[in-house]
Write a protein that binds this ligand. Structure first.
Ligand SMILES: [Zn+2]
Length: 120
């Protein structure tokens, strides 16, 4: 792997910032941002990071917006996935408010909630 990537947003070079200006004299251009690979890898391992490929969130989201259909087709989801869990149902006292005609009256009631205890 090379030490640098060019930002993968195809429109990166069209965004007007001083950091993109290159060239001399009358031959100035806006250039795609060059990214140092691993710039946010604080653990110094080889974990890939999305910001090794995009200079910032704006470029990442412009890329996702432009290629969302291709990405969805490449990594398509045809059915839902499921994670096995254990669930405990718990009763607890909650409150609801009823309008009496001139004020809200707080009334207790027995409610239930599901607690996900752990993955099976
Ligand atoms: Zn960019």
């Amino acid at each position: 792997m090379s030490d640098y990537n060019w930002c993968h947003n195809p429109s990166c070079h069209e965004i007007e910032t001083q950091s993109r200006v290159r060239g001399t004299g009358d031959n100035k251009v806006l250039r795609t941002i060059k990214i140092k690979v691993g710039r946010y890898n604080y653990n110094n391992d080889n974990t890939p990071n999305i910001y090794d490929y995009f200079c910032n969130q704006n470029c990442l989201h412009q890329f996702l917006q432009k290629f969302c259909v291709e990405i969805a087709n490449t990594y398509s989801v045809k059915q839902p996935s499921e994670t096995p869990i254990k669930v405990k149902t718990e009763k607890y006292e909650s409150y609801r408010y009823r309008w009496s005609g001139n004020e809200h009256i707080r009334e207790p009631y027995q409610a239930t909630r599901k607690i996900i205890e752990n993955k099976a």
